[in-house]
Design a protein around this ligand. Structure first.
Ligand code: ZN
Ligand code: ZN
Length: 303
């Protein structure tokens, strides 16, 4: 059927990955998760004040469900500012969204929210919507992944070009998506549409057991390329981890303040195969802390 994964050199996929190449593949994109309380304009201003050229934001209250109506004047101002300073917004869906919940009403809320937030993300200037694959709550990983495919199909079949990025998870509780093969099975099950991609998270991958230092990183990227296609990795959360490798605990630490350490994180940021992928801090920092970490990351890669 010609729609199987991974589709190396697929023209549609290349086109879909254009945002990561904006400004040249070698340009470092670094920013932090910021509040959207003062609209897109406020978020872009905050991102710039931190010294970043990207930022992440929640499409709506991360722990509630309601979404404020978008303000056209704010969008106009914010997106103009972002374009002028070449700042890339990256949208993240709320944590309450669980497409594979055991409760049907939670699943239907999740379907509606993801569909709506794909549109909201696009309107807010983000080419992506980052989504946690969800927690199966006892059904088992395999059944959870199957349900995820069924839930995603109608969402991905709807018109629109905002890409949905499934995040790599730590595998805490009954989370699915903590192994590359699990995400690959979702890609395969949905027919690997060009608008479905992956968002990495250094802390989650480490907690899931992946070795990301030295040759371990090369092995990880080879595996990623083999089962998913490295081109589908469109964003990367940059976090240290409070707990050890394989702990399956999702606890972020400041860069160099956790078990992963600066050398490992530098290796990820500067790896040539990840050039152009936006890196987003979700570390437990205030704005001054983010400012320091962004400056630190900018000093990572020579040249
Ligand atoms: Zn996330
Ligand atoms: Zn996390």
């Amino acid at each position: 059927m010609g729609r199987r994964r991974p589709i190396e050199g697929d023209a549609a996929l290349r086109e879909a990955s254009a945002p990561r190449e904006a400004g040249g593949a070698s340009q470092l994109r670094i920013g932090a998760h910021v509040s959207i309380a003062d609209g897109v304009t406020g978020a872009v201003r905050t991102a710039l004040s931190l010294g970043g050229n990207t930022f992440q934001f929640f499409t709506r209250n991360p722990r509630g469900g309601g979404a404020k109506a978008l303000d056209p004047a704010d969008l106009e101002r914010g997106l103009t500012l972002a374009a002028r300073h070449d700042v890339l917004p990256v949208a993240h869906a709320p944590y309450t969204v669980n497409l594979i919940s055991a409760k049907p009403e939670v699943r239907s809320f999740a379907r509606r929210t993801v569909a709506e937030d794909l549109e909201r993300a696009g309107a807010m200037g983000s080419p992506f919507l980052v989504l946690h694959p969800g927690s199966h709550q006892g059904a088992g990983v395999e059944a959870g992944l199957k349900m995820l495919v069924d839930q995603l199909r109608p969402i991905l079949d709807a018109p629109g070009d905002t890409q949905l990025l499934l995040e790599t998870m730590a595998g805490s509780g009954s989370e699915v998506g903590f192994a590359l093969e699990q995400l690959a099975s979702v890609l395969e099950g949905t027919g690997a549409p060009s608008r479905l991609g992956v968002c990495g998270d250094t802390c989650h991958l480490w907690a899931a057991g992946y070795e990301l230092a030295g040759e371990g990183l090369d092995r990880f990227l080879d595996r990623l390329d083999a089962v998913i296609g490295v081109k589908r990795l469109r964003a990367f959360h940059l976090n240290d981890s409070r707990f050890g490798r394989g702990s399956h605990k999702d606890r972020h630490a400041g860069l160099g303040e956790g078990e992963m350490g600066l050398d490992l994180l530098r290796g990820v940021v500067c790896h040539p195969r990840l050039a152009g992928v936006p890196f987003l801090l979700e570390t437990p920092q205030d704005l001054d802390g983010y400012r320091r970490e962004i400056a630190l990351v900018k000093s990572f890669c020579p040249g």
